[in-house]
Design a protein around this ligand. Structure first.
Ligand SMILES: [Zn+2]
Length: 426
């Protein structure tokens, strides 16, 4: 079967590793990077981008110069070949190119180097002995990973281990044969989750942040001026209020239009079929009146997104907003104390840290994904669009090598403190 004959999906899970296991994984990641760069050098020099050809050229050299096992040496060759092929394509398109370099802290796994067990543990080949560790999976049913892990339909395929901030994440690749008949595009659904808030006007599950603070500031300024003018009470003051009011509203609409365009651009870039918002009627009911301007902004934004989305065939749906800000999108643990500061989420159970609105955006998207999965009239697959590359344009799967040639460190899922600050005040 050609690779195009499969539907491919990725499930991301953190691994629980001991310090000794971490050491081994770290060493494997380092050596794998060295191996992939050795293969790239050789392939580049000989102008070889066919994977088996590159394997025959570079395999011995990798085995001699690194402690990588045979299968990891082969995977490094294949990945280097793919990277070189990508460069050749750039070259043939007349675009700028240079020799690819593997810099990301990642290592590839396949069925020969990795075994998944029913008790949600995985065994991974390293440069030393294999390590067997636990997958840190969501503890509630909303964990999207289960639809692949617990299914006989999905088969484990090429996967990637990534190190980030002393944590290890396994991007488990799954595949299943494409059905004979071509699926209608509506059946494989990809959801962009969007959180609407105060700190950030909107945050997406793909880690796109829209601040909106400027607008709020301008509105307050307008309110202040209006208050002063109202006190003078003259006819001309009244006219000025109307004029400024109109201008202010036009400007606000304009800004929100642009925000809605950027949200749609995210949906398009990640091949989304659906955009999930919180159900706003709930927000309206519970929001104190001093937050009226936020309500107005949120309502406008949703309205603009809805009609623009309809024009390009993306559906907007609404989910129950309960607990979306208290639930950990990683493990599903829901608690008031998960949210320690307004802009910062830290799961008391699994220790996941994230920008609070970003965590909420993922929960909102997951809620729609979950709803879609329970809809018995549907046969397609639903999944959440994430920054980390689970889902790429055209609703397809982009092989990891393409991501790894670029440093794969753009996932805001685990923000460090300075990033967190910049993300929340953007
Ligand atoms: Zn958690």
């Amino acid at each position: 079967m050609a690779s195009g004959d499969y539907v491919r999906r990725t499930a991301i899970t953190r691994l629980a590793v001991s310090s000794e296991q971490a050491e081994r994984l770290e060493a494997t990641i380092d050596e794998y990077r060295i191996g992939a760069n050795i293969a790239t050098d050789i392939g580049w020099r000989h102008r070889v981008s066919e994977k088996h050809e590159l394997q025959s050229l570079a395999y011995d050299e990798i085995r001699n110069r690194t402690p990588l096992g045979s299968q990891h040496a082969i995977l490094a060759c294949f990945q280097a070949a793919q990277a070189i092929k990508g460069v050749d394509e750039r070259d043939s398109q007349g675009r700028a190119y240079s020799k690819p370099e593997f810099t990301a802290p990642t290592v590839r796994y396949d069925a020969n180097t990795m075994t998944l067990f029913d008790d949600d543990t995985v065994s991974l080949a390293t440069t030393d002995d294999r390590v067997r560790c636990e997958l840190v999976l969501p503890d509630d049913e909303e964990g999207y990973q289960y639809q692949y892990l617990e299914s006989d339909e999905w088969e484990l395929a090429e996967s990637t281990l990534t190190a980030r901030d002393n944590d290890y994440f396994l991007h488990l690749g799954f595949r299943k044969p494409k059905p004979d008949t071509e699926r209608s595009p509506a059946e494989d659904r990809i959801v962009l989750g969007v959180d609407l808030g105060i700190e950030n006007l909107a945050v997406t599950s793909t880690a796109h942040f829209e601040g909106g603070q400027e607008l709020i500031h301008e509105h307050r300024e307008f309110e202040r001026i209006r208050g002063n003018l109202q006190q003078t009470g003259t006819e001309s003051a009244h006219r000025t209020i109307l004029q400024r009011g109109n201008r202010e509203e036009r400007h606000s609409r304009d800004v929100i239009h642009r925000v809605s365009n950027r949200l749609l651009a995210q949906a398009v870039a990640y091949g989304c079929t659906h955009i999930a918002f919180e159900d706003l009627t709930h927000i309206r009911d519970s929001m104190p009146s001093k937050r009226k301007f936020h309500q107005w902004m949120h309502a406008k934004l949703v309205q603009y997104v809805e009609y623009k989305a309809a024009e390009i065939g993306i559906e907007v749906e609404y989910v129950d907003p309960r607990n979306t800000s208290k639930r950990c999108c990683e493990c599903g643990h829901t608690s008031d104390s998960n949210r320690t500061e307004r802009a910062f989420f830290e799961c008391e159970k699994c220790g996941t840290t994230a920008n609070a609105d970003y965590n909420a955006a993922k929960n909102i998207g997951l809620r729609l994904v979950r709803r879609e999965l329970h809809d018995s009239r549907r046969t397609g697959d639903s999944q959440l669009a994430l920054k980390s590359g689970t889902v790429k344009p055209n609703r397809g799967f982009v092989s990891y090598s393409e991501q790894e040639v670029e440093v794969e460190s753009t996932d805001k899922h685990h923000l460090n403190r300075s990033e967190r600050a910049s993300a929340s005040c953007k």
